[in-house]
Design a protein around this ligand. Structure first.
Ligand code: GCU
Length: 613
């Protein structure tokens, strides 16, 4: 029988004890972390040789022995030590031209040094891997994960050894009908370890996650800007990694002269309401407070802002005051040339472009973005719509698909639940109507509310009925969301030149956001405004659209599609698209198109009108 091609530490693999999966650990950046970012060796494995071998019916994993020196006669065909390296975090598509379109498996390996510390555990944290990951430490499986845009972590303490260790990750970005998203989506299927990889040192008992936020109704009684604001209720909850009662946790917000010591219950949890008079977080004054949580002498620090986000009829209220969300949609793609963002600088550049457009709001489409972007937006005073990739034709009746979507929703909320600027959780984008879809989505909406009652729920619907230039929104999901949002492409996909004739009816007593509108243009392609793909065509489309949209009763925000041109395998028109979706107000090189100025002018007008209210 032919031995398995890989120098497989098969016995280790078969006997490896699988570490337990862990709930997501919050505020990872505030903890004792060691970065594993940097050069990782990688091997492209088109036939998943490292995973399957029909001869040995091996369903476990091939490992790459690190033992040296090897016997000269040993058969080695896959050797990480001889393999190329790739920068992690980073998608593989833009780092190896052989992988530009690649959808399949790539193995990654990183060696690292580790020293045991008494009374402490070591977690392995991934910011995101697209799409499916199987993770091994020193030849033992520690866990797997599906979902390309949310973090996950494992306790690997029992798999580590003093000195030299190695982690191996099998990454597979193939698309499947039962995945979330499903097989078709209008963005590039960037594969790989696309976000930070960290070792996290924690005590045996540690703070797993927590929430700290103004009670959502803290300001209901306050009306008008001059309302005197007394001490406000701040709700605090915390969970330890284990159900230990009697653990004391000190919560301190020094700038508010607040310090309170609380004790965990038999579940290892705390729930309390404190009183304080914080400066409220707003786009104009994005005030953040240093918060310190101390448990057994170890302090976990965070920066948290305090605000409320609620609705009243067709108004969205930030801190009890009506607000118009001057937004723009953004994909998680580097400002220049594509690839997943993987630095604060990338996030800052994209968000600066949004600010220059006149935005106080961004729709982070269509999946949870890099945490860098959320936190940078919070510092810059930019409100956020965050979304899970329940996009188009999801397998609504597949229980595993629902569990996947719910897990991604849970992890999106767990990661960002303390970010004051995140105001909307979106559970879907452009999903075809039907009972199965409504059952699936209504359960997601309910789940989101159970996890977080301090934010608004929405989703990007579609206008399904239009006749004689009258557009009426008609979606049964209206009762499950707080904000009615919909995408429309009048002037691009339909009714070109008819925007001025259009009327709109949104028959629900809730605020309205137009979550997508727009059209394409190739930067630098100039011509008459009726010539498709010219900047003038896009400029005119925007001019006609904003004039049409501002007539919508209850319009509380817009997030035009999209900040910048982005890569998509569905956009192939040679010489114009070249695998880019060209609906950006900026080109893929950060150049402003004429339509940018139409949108900027409209937002300035809106800002001035709303400031007078
Ligand atoms: C859709 C979809 C986007 C897509 C856009 C387009 O509405 O939500 O993901 O990129 O339209 O067609 O460009």
């Amino acid at each position: 029988m032919r031995f398995f091609l890989f120098p497989v530490a098969l016995i280790m693999a078969l006997t490896g004890v699988r570490a337990e999966g862990l709930p997501l650990v919050g505020n990872i950046g505030g903890r004792d972390v060691t970065s594993l970012n940097g050069d990782w060796n990688y091997i492209i494995d088109v036939q998943e040789e490292g995973y399957y071998d029909y001869r040995m019916n091996v369903t476990r994993w091939g490992f790459f022995q690190n033992a040296k020196p090897r016997r000269p006669e040993e058969l080695i065909e896959y050797d990480f030590d001889k393999a190329a390296t790739m920068k992690i975090p980073g998608d593989w598509n833009t780092q190896d031209e052989r992988l530009f379109f690649y959808e399949g498996t790539v193995w990654f390996k990183r060696s690292f040094n580790w020293t045991k510390a008494e009374g402490r555990r070591t977690l392995l944290y991934f910011g995101a891997i697209n799409y499916e990951a199987h993770v091994y430490v020193n030849g033992t499986k520690v866990g797997s994960h599906v979902g390309g845009f949310t973090p996950f972590n494992f306790d690997i303490t029992n798999q580590l050894r003093e000195g030299d260790n190695f982690v191996i990750v099998k990454v597979d970005n193939k698309r499947h009908a039962e995945d979330v998203p499903t097989q078709i989506f209008d963005w590039w299927n960037y594969g790989g370890i696309t976000r930070d990889v960290l070792l996290v040192s924690v005590p045996e008992t540690y703070i797993e996650n927590y929430t700290l936020a103004l009670d959502p109704h803290a300001l209901d009684a306050q009306t008008g800007k001059k309302a005197k604001k007394g001490a406000l209720p701040i709700n605090f909850s915390l969970r330890l990694n284990r159900p230990e009662a009697g653990q004391t946790v000190t919560l301190a917000i020094p700038e508010l002269k607040l310090k309170q010591t609380l004790t965990t219950d038999e579940e290892g949890c705390i729930a309390a309401t404190l009183k304080a008079k914080p400066q409220l977080w707003t786009p104009e004054n994005p005030k953040l407070y240093k918060v310190e949580l101390t448990l057994v002498g170890e302090t976990l620090a965070d920066e948290i802002g305090f605000r409320t986000i609620t609705t009243r009829g067709k108004q969205i209220l930030l801190n009890g005051e009506p607000i118009f969300l001057r937004g723009i949609s953004i994909h998680d793609e580097k400002p220049n040339g594509g690839g997943r963002t993987n630095s604060v600088e990338d996030s800052h550049t994209l968000l600066t472009w949004a600010k220059e457009l006149g935005c106080n709001f961004v729709r982070l489409a269509h999946y949870p973005h890099n945490e860098n972007t959320i936190r940078e937006a919070e510092r810059m005073g930019i409100l956020v719509w965050s979304e899970i990739p329940v996009y188009w034709t999801i397998a609504w009746t597949n229980p595993a698909t629902f569990d996947n979507a719910r897990q991604q929703l849970t992890d999106m909320i767990s990661r960002d639940q303390n970010r004051a600027n995140v105001i909307i959780w979106s559970i879907a984008n452009e999903t075809p109507h039907g009972a199965d879809r409504e059952n699936f989505l209504s359960r997601l909406a309910t789940h989101a509310r159970e996890l977080d009652n301090t934010r608004l729920i929405s989703m990007a619907m579609e206008v399904t009925s239009a006749s004689n230039y009258h557009n009426r929104l008609n979606d049964n999901m209206n009762k499950y969301v707080d904000v009615i949002s919909f995408n429309q492409y009048i002037g691009w996909y339909r009714d070109v030149n008819d925007a001025p004739k259009m009327t709109w009816e949104v028959p629900y007593e809730k605020p309205v956001i137009v979550s997508e509108f727009g059209g394409g243009a190739k930067y630098g392609y100039r011509g008459p405004k009726n010539q498709r793909w010219t900047e003038e065509f896009q400029e005119n489309l925007y001019r006609e659209n904003v004039a049409m949209l501002e007539k919508i009763d209850g319009l509380s925000g817009t997030t035009p599609w999209i900040l910048k041109d982005f890569r998509s395998p569905r956009r192939v028109l040679d010489g114009i698209q070249d695998y880019y979706n060209r609906k950006g107000l900026y080109s893929d090189k950060g150049e402003r198109k004429l339509a940018f100025y139409v949108m900027n002018e409209w937002y300035e007008k809106i800002k001035n009108e709303w400031n007078k209210k």
